[in-house]
Unconditional design. Structure first.
Length: 359
């Protein structure tokens, strides 16, 4: 499980024309030209632009007025972003209804004219259930007497816009319907980053020689940085799990050793009456299986009870994941059986005469 969109062979970088002295209107033209020249780099098959980067926790939000069957204001401030035409297709995010942004949504110069919007499926499920969202008008919540100015023209699938795990109702606006001081670019490429990176910088230099290219990296590299803490905790958790397994094995071994010693006379009598050594060792193995069964019966209800707490520490797997539970149960059984080997072997090697001498 990933962020909900394709990250393979996706490169991102940020440029800020506003920091180079360009006006917002000029900045929009510069960003459009950067999109054009980077799209001409060999191996690049698509370029999308957004006002805010994905998965970095940033962006802007606002409560929204929604004029569906009922006029309502969203109960929370919704995350928003401006994206260029083809942005969702580039990421592999499905268009579920309506249309993508196109030239109909573009304005000239520094004119600010948002008249259309695209929303996520989570937005529809929460605020427009059981109704057609296309054509519904929305707006930033402010003056309650002002009618909503923007029309929903499309619905896209949900994905992690601001956070890797955070799937919330989302609103998108057309990138080229406002003046821009910054653009976050996403390029789909067939060539490796080491080859494409220098050509991207060279292409941007032909548009604005002094333009600084920030955070040029692959999406996979960004994800690696986002998951550093989780992976560190996973490594730490694995180390503690290994330590716990060793301690459990020592504990089971100690219990079974005590059990084997306390039943030595019983085993001796059985063997004196003709029982095989395998039968004697089987007694100890059964004790080990009994211990593991008790452990499983205790663990399963605990997993169910603490499932929600555990899931907050997991990514891509649920607390009730059958594979993980199966591996855990199998590991417990193996630990108990391995810990049973030495006590079982000792019992099976005990002669009846020695067993009768044990107090």
């Amino acid at each position: 499980m990933g962020p909900g969109f394709e990250t393979e062979q996706l490169i991102t970088f940020t440029v800020n024309p506003g920091n180079e002295g360009y006006s917002p209107a000029e900045g929009k033209s510069v960003l459009a030209e950067v999109q054009r020249v980077t799209g001409e780099v060999t191996g690049v098959v698509g370029v999308g632009v957004a006002a805010w980067p994905l998965l970095d926790g940033g962006g802007w939000g606002n409560p929204m007025l929604v004029e569906g069957r009922e006029r309502l204001v969203t109960d929370v401030s919704l995350p928003m972003n401006s994206v260029s035409p083809g942005f969702f297709e580039l990421l592999g995010v499905p268009l579920l209804a309506g249309r993508d942004f196109d030239s109909r949504d573009q304005t000239e110069g520094d004119q600010w004219s948002w008249t259309t919007a695209i929303v996520s499926q989570a937005f529809v499920d929460r605020y427009l259930p059981n109704q057609n969202p296309l054509g519904v008008r929305i707006d930033f919540w402010g003056d309650p007497s002002v009618a909503a100015r923007m029309e929903i023209v499309g619905v896209v699938g949900d994905y992690g816009e601001q956070q890797l795990r955070d799937i919330r109702p989302q609103v998108y606006f057309p990138m080229w319907s406002q003046a821009q001081g910054r653009g976050v670019f996403y390029l789909k490429t067939r060539r490796p980053m080491a080859e494409v990176g220098p050509e991207i910088r060279a292409g941007i230099a032909t548009v604005a020689p002094s333009m600084t290219v920030n955070n040029l990296r692959t999406l996979d590299q960004q994800l690696d940085q986002l998951l550093v803490f989780e992976r560190m905790m996973a490594t730490l958790g694995s180390a503690f799990a290994l330590l716990g397994t060793v301690l459990a094995m020592i504990g089971v071994y100690g219990v079974l050793s005590f059990t084997a010693r306390s039943r030595t006379r019983e085993v001796g009598i059985r063997m004196a009456l003709g029982a095989q050594r395998a039968t004697a060792s089987g007694i100890i193995f059964k004790e080990g299986l009994r211990l593991s069964a008790v452990g499983v019966l205790i663990a399963l209800p605990v997993i169910w009870f603490l499932g929600r707490l555990i899931e907050t520490q997991l990514f891509g797997v649920s607390a009730a994941d059958p594979v993980s539970i199966g591996v855990g149960v199998g590991t417990l059984l193996i630990v108990c059986l391995v810990a049973s080997l030495i006590p079982a072997w000792r019992v099976s090697r005990t002669s009846p005469l020695e067993a009768f001498k044990v107090e």
